[in-house]
Design a protein around this ligand. Structure first.
Ligand code: ATP
Ligand code: MG
Length: 372
């Protein structure tokens, strides 16, 4: 809850489709999701389940068209995000909602050195602190996909800002340089003086993601949305970046919606875990409950294919079949075609969501009282 008792994030009956020549792709179907301040919620599911669509809809980053919010509501700290006019949306990015993407190379401007990008962020923050309108540099750019909001070093900005006689802010280059160096050191970059002179393409993927993660976190956003931030990195670097992220989360106490197809990664970081299948949130609960008492057959299958996870028979089976085509979803539960426990009733309608207690919710007929 926020200090006035309003949930940080409240998603209600959200429905999103992509209008394509072959029909409407129903990427998000009747999703409800609440988040409290300081929570880390992980969303997992196979490719094409609608995780990114859900994540990008919150800060209004979906490409409309082809995306279309068909129904439902997204409230961030009580604000109805879907009713905002386009020019009002940037106010909620950065210190409100920050975003980290899988491919940091797409989020950094290829034509500027790291120094210039970080410095730009510092300047924008100083201008905001001084009560001036942030320039367009603060808003997402489309290099390949939407750019996360420009953000700033974690620590308090100490460099002084002065105004010239026209009232514009003047920046002291030496102070800015010191801030950029400190900023890069903070994300465990050992030779910041060298790195700040490089262009994004001259950095490794892990290094670029460190910079992006720290830039997003350092704004101290109330909600950070990380869409597969470590998926493009190799395993060792992934572990390092995840560990850095965990340390920084402790420091800034932000809330995070962490998207991943990897249960192992989500298990490392999330307080609660939501499982998506074919555009539906089929199970959500405290991470410990979802791991120890998974109730949806899809969650159980995911955990069985996760080496350290839940196993019923000591084997490590992989889930057969594929996510159904979202333009032609079957009637009833979309998982029934792959479900070993499917019953006749599963073909009739999508099961209601059942509350198993302590915030553990599941949408499956098996969990109804009296179910076989
Ligand atoms: N711009 C688009 N136009 C048409 N269909 C789209 C578009 N973006 C996504 N989709 C479709 O929406 C569905 C959900 O996609 P989404 O990217 O949200 O899934 P995801 O769970 O994030 O997958 P991944 O794990 O591969 O990132 C998929 O069927 C996808 O093909
Ligand atoms: Mg995705």
């Amino acid at each position: 809850m926020t200090s006035n008792g309003i949930p940080l994030l409240s998603v209600r009956d959200l429905q999103i489709c992509y209008n394509t020549p072959s029909g409407a792709v129903r990427a998000v179907n009747h999703i409800n999701l609440d988040m409290e301040r300081g929570e880390v919620v992980g969303i997992v599911g196979e490719t094409g389940c609608g995780k990114s669509t859900l994540a990008h809809s919150i800060p209004r980053l979906l490409p409309e068209p082809p995306a279309q919010v068909v129904g439902g509501e997204i409230r961030f700290e009580g604000t109805d995000m879907l009713s905002l006019r386009n020019k009002e949306v940037p106010k909620y990015r950065g210190t409100g909602i920050a975003m980290i993407f899988q491919e940091p190379i797409n989020s950094l401007n290829p034509s500027f050195r790291i120094f210039d990008q970080v410095v730009e962020a510092i300047k924008v923050r100083k201008m905001r602190e001084a009560g001036m309108e942030a320039t367009s540099a603060a808003e997402p750019h489309d290099y390949n996909e939407p750019k996360p909001p420009v953000s700033h070093p974690l620590r308090e900005v100490t460099a002084t800002t002065r105004r010239n006689r026209f009232g514009d802010i003047e920046f002291d280059r030496k102070e800015l340089m010191a801030e950029v160096v400190e900023f890069l050191s903070m994300v465990r970059i050992n030779d910041p003086e060298h790195i700040l002179r490089l262009y994004p393409h001259e950095l490794s993927g892990g290094m670029r993601q460190r910079i992006m993660i720290a830039m997003a976190l350092s704004e101290q956003p109330r909600l950070m949305i990380a869409d597969e931030p470590t998926s493009a990195l190799d395993v060792t670097i992934q572990a390092q970046v995840l560990s850095l992220m965990k340390d920084l989360i402790e420091e800034v106490h932000t809330s995070i919606l962490f998207i991943s197809h990897d249960l192992g990664v989500v298990a490392e970081i999330a307080d609660r875990i939501g499982v998506m299948y074919a555009g539906n949130l089929v199970e959500i609960g405290k991470a410990a409950d979802v791991f120890s008492k998974p109730c949806h057959p899809y969650t159980q299958s995911l955990l069985r294919s996760f080496p350290h996870g839940y196993k019923t028979d000591g084997k490590l089976p992989t889930l057969k079949g594929a996510v159904p085509n979202l333009t032609r979803l079957p009637t009833g539960c979309p998982f029934r075609g792959r479900c070993e426990s499917a019953m006749d009733i599963c073909a009739t309608a999508m099961p209601d969501t059942i509350d198993l207690g302590d915030g553990h919710l599941v949408s499956c007929y098996l969990n109804r009282k009296g179910a076989a």
